[in-house]
Design a protein around this ligand. Structure first.
Ligand code: AMP
Ligand code: ZN
Length: 485
């Protein structure tokens, strides 16, 4: 399998340190608010990576942190603590906020078919790990105390900027207007390992440490949690592209200085989901959530399908129109799968081998999910029986996770129910935006009847009437689909 490695800036063959197990780490959410669908794009693509690794035969141990302390509103360790901000916004305790949004995150993940990692660890669980690492970093003179806090000294490293070749001047972590720069730092991009001099008198979560009562900086949690569960070597570390600098850069700096050797071989970064206005971000206030998609009648798995249609290393523009196109494509695919019959032959091993090679080839090439999706169309067109096609689609969907087989089953059941009630002689009407309307469906059936009777004028009249009501019909084999526009 070949993957683009952000640390070396090239596509490389992925070979784990130990052939028996891939050690994978993912930066988890900061649980002060709902995850937006941009965050979830990253988790969807990382989920496909994990599932593909398992599909090709690896055992995977995957660890994810939950950031429930230490992440300030600016990645430069300035501004307010995000968790405290969330607690104040909702007049709840930090722990209540963390619990609520952690549960909400995993509920969203379940709707998107994102597997929960083997280990999920809240940052607040591992304070002893951070203290151990920071103590050693001070001993090795990679870290210093200033103004009550402990900082990592980035000037001690020969190569600090791993993911880009920019120099310090170009890449200073932005200090936002109105936020005072931290004058304790010896170098612009030095970062906090341990805060004791919090700007917040009422910082809710504090722990005792050799440097005084305080709390960890944001970056140390991922090094500590990863080493606790995965040991001193990591095969692959993932996150959204905004994590590359400073977060992952700082993770590498502190981990390798502490360990005295290379820490992680592969770095995978997912590019952002954007809207016409730019990057989607929680701090902008208004953002799109899975619940909002559902309220608008979209199946979350169609959002996953929409994400898979683009490569993870390209930014993806979200618009309702783009999502509607995915709804139509997904609906058509499901209708075609619904027409396949399980009892139509036995597994055709030759066809299966050829199709598997295509599917695996697509994902082995830097996780080309768009191409992997087109292999589903290849399966449908392939000269083989229905049983083989269904088996292949079910197998590939263990990686893609877009629920094709279940959706096709639901469509078949719906059509069967309709046929049994005599309503449409096997003609199935499916609403693709999740807002079924019985009156609309009666009209669609009346239009089908008119077409059968070759009364095309009446059929067109009904189509126009529906369009005037904001309903768009697509004819598919064995029925019709519709959505509200
Ligand atoms: P956060 O909860 O802010 O710590 O972010 C959780 C994950 O989402 C991180 O891996 C981020 O890099 C990633 N992320 C943040 N914004 C976006 C976006 N607009 N598109 C894709 N991934 C994002
Ligand atoms: Zn992290």
């Amino acid at each position: 399998m070949y993957l683009y490695n952000s640390a070396t800036h090239k596509k490389e063959e992925f070979i784990p340190n130990n052939p028996d197990i891939v050690k994978m780490y993912t930066c988890g959410p900061t649980v002060y608010h709902y995850a937006h669908i941009g965050n979830l794009r990253s988790y969807i693509m990382e989920d496909v990576l994990e599932k593909h690794l398992r599909y090709v035969g690896y055992n995977v141990k995957r660890v994810m942190n939950i950031t429930d302390v230490g992440h300030l509103t600016s990645d430069a360790d300035e501004g307010e603590d995000k968790m405290l901000k969330g607690a104040q916004r909702e007049k709840k305790s930090v722990m209540d906020i963390a619990k609520f949004y952690t549960d909400a995150f995993f509920a969203d993940c379940a709707k998107l078919n994102i597997k929960t990692p083997d280990v999920v660890e809240p940052a607040t669980n591992c304070i002893d790990e951070y203290i151990k690492i920071i103590t050693r970093l001070i001993e090795k003179e990679y870290a210093y105390l200033a103004g009550g806090n402990v900082y990592f000294d980035t000037s001690k490293l020969d190569r600090y900027y791993i993911f880009n070749d920019h120099n310090e001047e170009d890449l200073a972590v932005g200090v936002r207007e109105g936020v005072e720069a931290d004058t304790n730092k010896r170098n612009k991009n030095d970062f906090v390992l341990w805060f004791t001099k919090s700007k917040f008198e009422d910082q809710a979560l504090k722990w005792d440490s050799p440097w005084g009562v305080g709390y960890p900086g944001w970056h140390i949690e991922c090094s500590g949690i990863s080493m606790k569960h995965l040991g001193e070597d990591l095969d692959i570390h993932c996150g959204g592209i905004d994590n590359a600098f400073p977060h992952h850069t700082n993770e590498i700096a502190q981990s390798e200085s502490y360990l005295g050797h290379k820490w992680c071989n592969f770095w995978m970064h997912v590019l952002h989901l954007k809207t016409a206005e730019g990057k989607m971000s929680k701090s902008k206030g208004e953002f799109l959530t899975v619940s909002l998609l559902e309220e608008k009648g979209y199946d979350p798995l169609v959002y996953r399908f929409f994400c898979l249609q683009s490569h993870y290393r390209k930014s993806l523009v979200f618009s309702w129109e783009n999502l509607d196109n995915a709804v139509t494509a997904y609906g058509k695919l499901v209708s075609k799968i619904a027409q396949l019959r399980e009892d139509d032959g036995a597994l055709d091993e030759t066809a299966a081998a050829a199709l598997r090679e295509k599917f695996r080839g697509a994902l082995d090439n830097d996780l080309n999910t768009a191409l992997a999706v087109t292999v589903i169309y290849d399966v449908l067109k392939y000269a083989t029986n229905g049983a083989t096609k269904l088996a292949m689609i079910a197998e590939f969907d263990t990686v893609l996770g877009v629920g094709l087989i279940d959706a096709a089953k639901r469509e078949r059941e719906k059509a069967a129910k309709l046929a049994a009630s005599g309503g449409g002689s096997g003609f199935s009407v499916v609403c693709t935006d999740g807002a079924p309307d019985a009156t609309v469906e009666d009209l669609i059936r009346a239009r089908a009847e008119a077409k059968r009777a070759k009364n095309f004028a009446e059929a067109d009249r009904i189509r126009d009437e529906l369009r005037a009501q904001g309903v768009e019909i697509t004819d598919v084999a064995g029925g019709a689909q519709y959505k509200h526009i």
